[in-house]
Design a protein around this ligand. Structure first.
Ligand SMILES: Nc1nc2c(ncn2[C@@H]2O[C@H](COP(=O)(O)OP(=O)(O)OP(=O)(O)O)[C@@H](O)[C@H]2O)c(=O)[nH]1
Ligand SMILES: [Mg+2]
Length: 180
């Protein structure tokens, strides 16, 4: 089981919907069809989605809504891989997101869990904001010094930018769990 968490409205549901389409090359033709961006509503509880990743492997991803932050830890035990998503265009969310991310990293269940930090809405953010947010979160230091295997990707769930790398990360890091 792969777990997807992060604050409300960062784009978790849209990421899963876009990954499900399998059409996320980030190519101009995909970007041109932006009027077809699937609509989403805030996730109450959890959202279980099967996606097909590299070499047609099917993987179950569980999104837990941002409003369910206090119960995210209930899902850590069965998570073989965790994706934590942030919104690059929302600077007001950075401090709360930083605390959430660190709290998740130090949870004992996650000590050996590979982590993917997804900096989403790259299509809305300037290079300056994305550099600033990475600096505020000390992401590069975290990546170098944490005991976890941490990967950081800048993506857009809307345009498909970087989603091929997300699919590859899921493929490489997900293991089938005994019980989901
Ligand atoms: N421009 C842009 N908008 C995005 C992107 N990803 C998501 N959105 C929009 O952000 C809004 C919230 O997206 P959701 O996927 O519902 O957010 P969520 O993280 O699942 O939120 P919760 O379920 O409440 O935790 C929607 O209007 C999406 O269309 C992106 O990469 N770029
Ligand atoms: Mg959602």
């Amino acid at each position: 089981m792969c777990l997807l968490i992060g604050p409300s409205g960062v784009g978790k549901t849209l990421l899963l919907k876009t990954l499900q389409t399998g059409n996320y090359s980030g190519s101009k033709s995909f970007t041109d069809s932006l009027e077809d961006v699937p609509s989403t509503i805030p996730t109450t509880g959890t959202n279980l989605v099967n996606i097909t990743v590299h070499k047609k492997q099917e993987v179950t991803v569980r999104e837990v809504g941002g409003s369910m932050g206090p119960i995210w830890p209930n899902y850590y035990k069965n998570a073989n891989a965790i994706m934590y998503m942030l919104d690059l265009s929302n600077r007001c969310q950075v401090s709360a997101a930083c605390i959430q991310l660190l709290t998740m990293l130090i949870h004992p269940c996650n000590a050996a869990t590979p982590i993917l930090v997804l900096l989403n809405k790259k299509d809305l953010s300037s290079v300056t904001t994305s550099t600033e947010i990475k600096w505020l979160l000390h992401l590069e230091e975290l990546k170098e010094q944490a005991t976890h295997k941490i990967t950081i990707l800048e993506v857009s769930a809307k345009t498909g930018l970087g989603l091929d790398q997300v699919a590859r990360w899921i493929h490489d890091n997900h293991r089938k769990s005994v019980q989901s």
